[in-house]
Ligand binder design. Structure first.
Ligand code: ATP
Length: 565
C-alpha cells in the first residue's frame, strides 16, 4: 500500500467515528468558575460548559435587510468600544441636539404639505415650480423648507423678537443634513420679502405720482425783468446702483456660481436683478455687474465683498437681508473676521440668516455669544448621513493590495465602472483626498491606467474649476453604448474644496481615498451622494494607521440612521 494516499470521504468519516469519546462531554469540575477574559480555549467543546447563555445582544432592532441594505457591516459593533482620545476630540466637535428638540421640530414640519400652504406671492411660487424645481413630477417642500420658510416669511412666529440696540436685526440659523434643499429654504423667503417691498414702494410711488399730477396753482405772470432759469435735465436715477438689498455669502467661487444659478432660476420668472461676483471674474466684469444698474440680490465670497466694501462702503448700505451659507466655514478662523466685518457694516440689516449642514461646537459657542437671540431652525436629521448611502471599507494593507493605495483606488474604480447601474449614461465619480498635492499624483496614476480623471484644488485654474464643477453638478450625460467601460466614467479627484455645498446630484459614487480628519469632513464628503433621497455608494480606504474603532463607530451611526457625533 502507498505510504501516503489522499484521504477519501469514507475513510475520514470512519476515523472520526473511531475517535468519538463520550467521556469528553462530561461536565467540567470548573463549571462554576468565571471564564478568564481574553484566554482562548481551542478545544472542540469550547463554550459548552458555560453558566450563562451565550446569546449575542441584538445590535440593530430595526434591521432592514439581512443583506445589509444600509452598509456591509464587518464585525460587531460593541457598545463599550472606546475611541482613541484623538478621534474622540474630533467626534465630539459636533454640537448635540436633544431627542426632545428633534421631536418638537418633527411636529412643526408635519403641519405643511405643499408650497401652496405657504404665504408666498404667486410669482415666487411660479418661480419655484417652473424655475428652481422645473422638471420634477411632484413639487413639494423638503422638511428644512417646511421648517424655515414659514418662520422667515413671518407666517409663523416661534418667539417674539424684540429689536433694540443690542439686537438691531433678527438672526436665524438654518441647519439641516446635506442635500436637503437648504438653499431654497432661505432664497424663497428673501425673494418673497423683496418682491413685497418692491410692490409696496411701487404703490407708494403711484400715490406720490397722483399727488404730483394734481392741478398745480397757476404760476404768476412773468415780468419782463424776471430771470429765465433753465430747467435741469432729469438725471438718471443712479441711487440704487451697486447697492443690493440681499447679499448671499458663500466660501468658494464654485458655490457662488451654483447659488446664483438657483436665485436666477426664480428671478427670471419673478423679475429680480441678480448678479454674482467672485475671483473668477476680472475687475472690469465685476465693476460692470455691480454698478451698471440697480441690483436686488448679490452672491459673493466674503474676500471679494469685504475688499469692495472697503473701497465703496455704499455697497452694503441698502442690504436688508444677509445670508452666510456654509456658516461653519464662514465663521471659522479663516473667514470669521471678514464675515463679521461685513455684517457690522450692513447698517440697514433686518435679517441675518446663517445656514449650515454641520454645527461644530466652536460655532455653536460663538453664535450663542454673538447672537444670543438667534432663532434656530434645526432639522431633526442634522449631522446624519443620508440613509440611502452605503459605506464600505477597503483595507489597503490587506491582500491583494498590500499597502498599495493607488492600486486599491484604481481597482475600486474599475469595479465601479463595471457595475451595471447608470446604464446609458456617463458615470461620475468623486475621489476625495486630504492634501492638494495628492490630487496630482493620483490623477496621473489613474490616467496611466486608462481612467478619464481630472483634478480640482485651490491651485488649479479658477475657470477650469468652475467648468469641472458645472459638469459634475450638471445633468446626466449620455454615453456612447459602444465605448469601453472606463470611457463611460469621469473621475474627479479633489480636496475639500468640492465637499461643501456642491450639488452633485447626478453623482452616485464617492471614494474617500484618505480618511477624513474629522466627523464634519465625513459628513460633507459623504453628503455629495444620496442628495434629496437618492441612492449613493461610498468607499473608504483604511490602512493600519487608521483608527478603525472610529470608522466602525461612524458606520454604526450610519447604519442606525443616527447623527455622527
Ligand atoms: N423641494 C424640493 N424638492 C425636490 N428637490 C429639491 C427641493 N428643494 C431642493 N431640491 C433639490 O435638492 C438638491 C439639493 O439642494 P441644496 O443644494 O439646496 O442642498 P443643501 O441642503 O444646501 O446641501 P449641502 O448641505 O450639501 O449644501 C438640489 O438639486 C435642489 O434642486
Amino acid at each position: 500500500a502507498p505510504i501516503f494516499s489522499p484521504p477519501t470521504l469514507s475513510r475520514c468519516v470512519a476515523s472520526a467515528s473511531l475517535r468519538r469519546r463520550p467521556s469528553r462531554f462530561t461536565l467540567s469540575s470548573r463549571v462554576s468558575e468565571r471564564p478568564v477574559e481574553g484566554k482562548r480555549r481551542p478545544e472542540p467543546t469550547h463554550g459548552m460548559n458555560r453558566t450563562e447563555a451565550n446569546i449575542p445582544q441584538p445590535l440593530w432592532r430595526n434591521r432592514r435587510s439581512s443583506s445589509g441594505g444600509y452598509g456591509q457591516v464587518e464585525g460587531r459593533f460593541s457598545k463599550n468600544e472606546k475611541l482613541d482620545p484623538k478621534h474622540m476630540r474630533m467626534a465630539q466637535s459636533l454640537g448635540v441636539i436633544s431627542r426632545a428638540q428633534r421631536g418638537e421640530v418633527r411636529s412643526e414640519v408635519d403641519k405643511w404639505f405643499s408650497f401652496d400652504d405657504f404665504n408666498l406671492l404667486p410669482s415666487i411660487k411660479e418661480g419655484i415650480i417652473n424655475g428652481a424645481l422645473k422638471g420634477l413630477d411632484t413639487v413639494e417642500p423638503s422638511p428644512v423648507q417646511k421648517l424655515a420658510i414659514p418662520v422667515l416669511t413671518g407666517q409663523t412666529t416661534r418667539r417674539k423678537h424684540t429689536i433694540n440696540d443690542k439686537n438691531p436685526y433678527e438672526s436665524f440659523l438654518i441647519a439641516a443634513e446635506t442635500g436637503s434643499g437648504k438653499t431654497l429654504s432661505y432664497v424663497v423667503p428673501i425673494l418673497d420679502c423683496l418682491k413685497r417691498s418692491e410692490e409696496a414702494s411701487r404703490k407708494n410711488g403711484r400715490a406720490e405720482a397722483e399727488v404730483e399730477r394734481a392741478p398745480t396753482p397757476k404760476a404768476p405772470v412773468k415780468e419782463l425783468f424776471d430771470l429765465e432759469i433753465p430747467t435741469m435735465e432729469p438725471k438718471e436715477d443712479k441711487e440704487n446702483h451697486g447697492k443690493p438689498q440681499a447679499i448671499i455669502l458663500v466660501p468658494t467661487s464654485e458655490l457662488v456660481t451654483q447659488v446664483a444659478s438657483v436665485v436666477k432660476s426664480i428671478s427670471h420668472i419673478a423679475k429680480f436683478r441678480t448678479t454674482m461676483i467672485s475671483r473668477s471674474f476680472t475687475a472690469t466684469v465685476i465693476r460692470n455687474r455691480l454698478f451698471s444698474g440697480p441690483l436686488d440680490v448679490l452672491v459673493s465670497t466674503p474676500y471679494l465683498l469685504s475688499s469692495l466694501a472697503e473701497d465703496s462702503p455704499k455697497v452694503l448700505s441698502k442690504c436688508t437681508h444677509l445670508v452666510a451659507d456654509e456658516a461653519d466655514s464662514l465663521f471659522d478662523r479663516e473667514f470669521v473676521q471678514l464675515t463679521t466685518s461685513i455684517i457690522e457694516r450692513a447698517h440697514a440689516l433686518k435679517k441675518l440668516i446663517l445656514c449650515s449642514a454641520t454645527i461644530p461646537k466652536s460655532l455653536d459657542t460663538r453664535l450663542r455669544k454673538f447672537y444670543p437671540s438667534m432663532q434656530r431652525l434645526v432639522s431633526p436629521k442634522i449631522h446624519t448621513v443620508p440613509r440611502r448611502v452605503v459605506l464600505s471599507v477597503v483595507d489597503v494593507d490587506q491582500n491583494p493590495y498590500r499597502g498599495n493605495k493607488l492600486l486599491a483606488c484604481a481597482d475600486t474604480l474599475s469595479q465601479v465602472a463595471k457595475e451595471p447601474s447608470e446604464e446609458g449614461f456617463i458615470k461620475k465619480v468623486i475621489v476625495f483626498v486630504n492634501r492638494r498635492e495628492s490630487t496630482t499624483e493620483l490623477v496621473s496614476f489613474l490616467r496611466d491606467k486608462g481612467f478619464d480623471a481630472a483634478n480640482l484644488n485651490r491651485d488649479t485654474d479658477d475657470r477650469r474649476n468652475t467648468a469641472v464643477v458645472e459638469y459634475f453638478t450638471g445633468p446626466k450625460v449620455c454615453a456612447d453604448p459602444t465605448a469601453h467601460a472606463l470611457e463611460k466614467m469621469k473621475v474627479l479627484v479633489t480636496t475639500d474644496i468640492a465637499s461643501r455645498g456642491v450639488d452633485t446630484k447626478t453623482v452616485k459614487n464617492v471614494l474617500l481615498y484618505d480618511v477624513p480628519y474629522s466627523t464634519i469632513d465625513f459628513i460633507h464628503r459623504l453628503g455629495r451622494v444620496g442628495r434629496m433621497g437618492k441612492r449613493g455608494k461610498a468607499v473608504l480606504f483604511v490602512d493600519n494607521d487608521t483608527n478603525k474603532a472610529w470608522v466602525k463607530e461612524i458606520r454604526k451611526s450610519m447604519f442606525l440612521g443616527g447623527p455622527l457625533l
